[in-house]
Design a protein around this ligand. Sequence first.
Ligand code: HEC
Ligand code: HEC
Length: 471
Amino acid sequence: MKISGKPYWRLTRSALLIAAFCTGIHWPVSANSYTERHAFSQPDEEMPLKQSLDFHVGNSFFRNPWVKAPASTRARDGLGPLYNTNACQNCHIRDGRGHLPKNQDDNFVSLIIRLSRPAQNKKDTKKQSKHGPLPIPAYGTQLQDFALPGVPAEGQVSLRWTTLNKTFADGDTIQLRQPHFSISKPGYGDLPSSTVLSARIAPPMIGLGLLAAIEDDTLLQWSDPEDLNNDGISGRINWVNLVGSDLPAIGRFGWKAAQPNLKQQTAAAFLNDMGLTSSIFPAPPCTKVQSECLLAQQRSLPDAKAKPEVSDKILEAVTFYSQNLAVPHNNSPVSKSLERRRAQGHQLFLDAHCAQCHKPEIQTGDLALGWLATRLIQPYTDLLLHDMGDALAGGTEEFSASAREWRTPPLWGIGMTKNVHAEGTFLHDGRARTLMEAIVWHGGEAQAARDKVMTMDSAQRQALITFIQSL
Ligand code: HEC
Ligand code: HEC
């Protein structure tokens, strides 16, 4: 695998290598594996060179840790009072995905737990579909397991696993593991027993500006909420809250497509994951009863409303960075036999109707940033919600997404997941260790596709995976 040779990247890499050489650091890996580890961290190849500085600035605020205010690094202070971790990159590891803890001693960074209570009446349902998950009074809608000194953290996450075996038609078996999350040491009183938990791992950051550039009309055309074409697949739009507007907007980002655009997604991440206010979300992440949190915020930034912790300039820079991370190209020479296996896998992918949801090709619209507009892209997603069955049901309802519905994740670049971060895992809560486990978990609207895979023999299954790894 080789990242297409871009002058920008060559320059940066040379600079890094020179820096490493001068400082006497022994570069621990070959240039090639270094490139592969950073396969998700390259700028879009069509991004004009003159924007490199914006990309770099965004990258530094994405990668470097934020600190408690007031600090000498004024641009990066304001962390907390409640938070999950101190840098975007801690969860989106090397701009790739997060992972679940390997064992009880490992940490839960790169995972978030959404909290909500079920709707109890029509008023609740209306509120939920307009404003998103119904908060747990003392806790809000996300568990923050870290806090600044003097502020109680909201609790600790515990995880236990159960396993189940599934058998393919040829007799081979595959073991799946199902995570069960719970919260211990609650910092603000017991959570109501009706609290619904929904665990999510950080998804990869590649190609997001291109996904944002797909026109609303394209998604509306694909959506088929009543399954009028009778193919058993009813992609739905998640109509979500666009801050500052009374009208619902089409959701695109997050595992349930609950965020309408990258700027709002970025501002939400700053607030919910790191406790940082912005002009989009000016209130700190404290609920009314979290008095230590409110007090700590008051002390560190008395005029938070007037001057948010994340300035508009930084918010724009990090949004720009999120828009412009390239999807890696696979340019490496391919042997005839590998080519044959990929072609066979491609056919199996089509025969199993995977492409009904994982849409291979899309044209981006013409309203996007110049270089992201009118491009033919191969993301393998329709960005729509699908009922994936009970086994994948994730508790929380989010706007119009039910507990069983998830947004089809893009498959582009997925073959590089383990090169970027060896512990990266698949599906919304990271339960699948391999691509095949992810496929076998499919249910609901994707049950027929999954059943087709269960009838494949081992060579066919391998071909299918080889194809997915080449995307
Ligand atoms: C504590 C871990 C964590 C931190 C820190 C974090 N994220 Fe995320 N990020 C996630 C998770 C989990 C999701 C999926 C959320 C969901 O499904 O609702 C996500 C989703 C996203 C998405 C949507 C990707 C997609 O494919 O739809 C973007 C963009 C994003 N984060 C950017 C950021 C930025 C920018 C920062 C820093 C300001 C950041 N994140 C910090 C965990 C994190
Ligand atoms: C009905 C729509 C639908 C069909 C059909 C479908 N998928 Fe998916 N796929 C999804 C959704 C939605 C998810 C995310 C589920 C989750 O995270 O719980 C997903 C997740 C995945 C993932 C994991 C992606 C990641 O980022 O973790 C892979 C791999 C995958 N699908 C491959 C396939 C293959 C191969 C087929 C055909 C055999 C297929 N899918 C058929 C909707 C579909």
